[in-house]
Write a protein that binds this ligand. Structure first.
Ligand code: ATP
Ligand code: ATP
Ligand code: CA
Length: 223
């Protein structure tokens, strides 16, 4: 699927911000990258639309740079919690459509959410959850934590599932888990909200929702 060009502001070019910047730019999107450290800015200068050495907590400087012309922002300042919060607040005031912010701990994350960050990430913590899942369940592809208790997971169908209908698998009754979608390998189509008679085929990917406990049980016994 071809995506429309999007515009991003990335602030803080540590390992996290740098890798976000490179990835966004590699998809051909407009990216302005800012760090107060000039060496980090220079390192990315050739890859992005604009790389600027600046202190992001200085509202006037951000305005002069015209950052409001960009739609989405990533605040990837970690250790300096005050700078991260202040920067997020300024970007929120400037009217960014979406702000993704990196938090160093749960309290930092809660503050970022309160002041209007749309997505808050704790890279080490979030990645730890993912890695644990992929160690435990080989079929695990992706995970979204809906709440502390509920998750949405993407898994490859196991041998035990293939050729069976949802009714035969009886996932809702046995595990309390619902299949929201079945993505087929061959056809580029996704079966949204499949019915009981739909059959799981080789190479299918299932999108499942349930409590972490129930999903864990299903993953243990069926995947
Ligand atoms: P990472 O964990 O992503 O590798 P890090 O630990 O090296 O990052 P952090 O403290 O998380 O460093 O900061 C990330 C980047 O944010 C650094 O490159 C730092 O120079 C930059 N930074 C911090 N404060 C500001 C600020 N006020 N304005 C612009 N950039 C800032
Ligand atoms: P239920 O009351 O559990 O929805 P039902 O009596 O309405 O079941 P069906 O809708 O035909 O009957 O489904 C039969 C069984 O097939 C369900 O109990 C459930 O275990 C399984 N099933 C059907 N659709 C799904 C789905 N999307 N995800 C998980 N399991 C499903
Ligand atoms: Ca760090």
């Amino acid at each position: 699927m071809k995506q429309a060009k999007r515009s991003f502001l990335v602030i803080g070019l540590g390992r996290f911000g740098e890798s976000i910047t490179k990835t966004l730019a590699s998809f051909g999107h407009e990216v302005m990258a800012i760090d107060k450290d000039e060496t980090k800015v220079n390192k990315l200068a050739d890859l992005v639309t604009q790389a600027v050495q600046a202190d992001a907590t200085d509202e006037d400087v951000l305005k002069e740079l015209g950052v409001s012309n960009l739609d989405e922002a990533v605040v990837a300042i970690g250790d300096d919690i005050q700078a991260s919060i202040l920067t997020t607040l300024i970007l929120k005031d400037l009217g960014f459509k979406r702000i993704v912010a990196k938090a160093t701990n749960d309290y930092h994350g809660r503050v970022l959410e309160k002041i209007g960050a749309d997505v808050v990430i704790q890279p080490e913590k979030d990645m730890g959850v993912r890695v644990a899942h992929s160690i435990l369940f080989g079929n695990f592809i992706d995970l979204i934590e809906l709440s502390p208790d509920y998750s949405l997971v993407e898994v490859s169908a196991s041998q035990a599932m293939k050729g069976k209908s949802l009714k035969e698998l009886n996932l809702r009754a046995i595990y309390g888990c619902t299949v929201l979608a079945i993505k087929s390998k061959d056809e580029e189509k996704v079966n949204i909200s499949p019915s009981a008679d739909d059959v799981v085929k080789d190479g299918d990917v299932l999108v499942l929702v349930g409590t972490n406990r129930d999903l864990g049980m299903l993953e243990k016994e069926l995947l």
